[in-house]
Structures are given as C-alpha cells and as structure tokens.
Design a protein around this ligand. Sequence first.
Ligand SMILES: [Zn+2]
Length: 272
Amino acid sequence: MLLFIAAAREKDVRNAFLGGRAGLERAARARAGCVTRASTHRRDLAPPARRDAFNAYVDAHQAEYVRRLAEFVAIPSVSADPARRPDVVRAVHHAKAAIEALGGTTALHDVGVQPDGLALPPILTASLGADPAKKTVLVYGHLDVQPAAKADGWATEPFVLTEKDGKLFGRGSTDDKGPVLAWLAAAEAFAAVGRPLPVNLRFCLEAMEESGSEGLEEFLASKPEVARGVDYTCISDNYWLSPTTRECAARQAPPLFPASGARPPSLSRRAR
Ligand SMILES: [Zn+2]
C-alpha cells in the first residue's frame, strides 16, 4: 500500500512545502529548496495493465488532488490557538467526511478537556475494508497544524495553497494533511480502477499532535480495540525536506502496541 501511496504522492502533492515546526521551516527555507519528490521506493507488483490503469487514473486526477489539498490547507487548524479550536474540529470533520465518501466507517471519540477547560478536538478512527484474509494497516496521522502567519516570514499566505516555481506552499501541506489525503486518494484510485485494496486500512487521526498529542495516549490506552488485529502501523507524519535528506514519505512501524492490550508506549512524541 505504501508503495502506491508513494507513487501517488510523487505527483499529487509533489514539492509541497513542509508545515512542520518553525525551526525546521527556517532551515528548509534557508536551503531555498522545498521538497521535491517522495520516496523513490516505488514498486508495484500488479500486472502491467492493471498498474497502468492505476497510474493513469492518478495522473488524470492531479488537479483534483491539489484542489483537495488546497481545501484542507485552507482550514487553519492551529491546535495551539484556542481561538482556532473550531477550525481544528472542522478539520476532523473534514477528514471524517472524506473517509465516509470512500465508503469507510468512522467514529469520533471525545477525549475530554484541557486544563483550562477548553474541549479537546475529537480523535477520529476509521476503517476501509475488513477482509480477514488481508493484512490490516493502521495509519496514524494528524489534522492540526502549527501556527503560521506572513509575519512569521512566510512568503505566501500560509493557509492558501500557493504554487510557486513548481512547488506548493501551504501550512500543513506535508505535515500532515497531504499525507492523510494521499492515503485516501490511493484508496479512491484502487476503487476507481476496480482493484481491491490490498490491505484493510484503519486510521487513527488526531488533531492535537502539534500540541503534545494531548489526550491521545490515554485514548489509546483505554481503547485497545483500535489496534486489535492490526498487523502494521504506519506513522504517516513526516517531513519531505529534499531528495538528498532521504526522508521518506512515510515510515512503517511494528504494531502500535502489543495485541495483549498492554499500555502503549508514550506517543506524545513519535519518531520523526
Ligand atoms: Zn506532523
């Protein structure tokens, strides 16, 4: 699955500018080079005709993928800003609707309030497919972003996805809205060309990652069913700095926590 995602990303959200932490942004801007292409580990085991149909579908929908990314980036889901909390929640519902449009099942989970009484955004879990004959991949992603303003040094409006010199700039475009959308785009492409998903997909999408993933660890500890039956977990949350840094579009990881239901390791700061 990741191979297809990588294939899709190469063209769909290529050159998207990282939306990560300020320090990394400054470093990336200083390099004057945004991201170019995702992982080159592209390999498709499908017969050529089917592969061609998939790739042709993806190629034909480039503009649509970029449009969707722009729509998502336009939601200023800044988790650190209490005034933006409605936008953070809106981003969660945006992802929920996108998964449901693919026929997926979704659930929102209330995870309580912050110490100041502000309600945390719900965590979204979802699934696409439940074939016991297939492996199950749990995808983690996040729907919130760091603050951003032109006054911070952005050359373009951060919440307006802007193409410049063949690159797409926008807060959250790669961290982490683009990667989330890429999974959905891949699933959509499979369905569109009549190919079954090779794996069952599950999602755990939070919207407080940029604020310490508040509520996530407790949620996972209280909901072992989120990881039950999961064969692989993909932390789909990475930076695409440049081809030379060899950052991958996404990493695979072992199951998020043991099937025994033991308390998961701390997730407040996942591997980057
Ligand atoms: Zn991230």
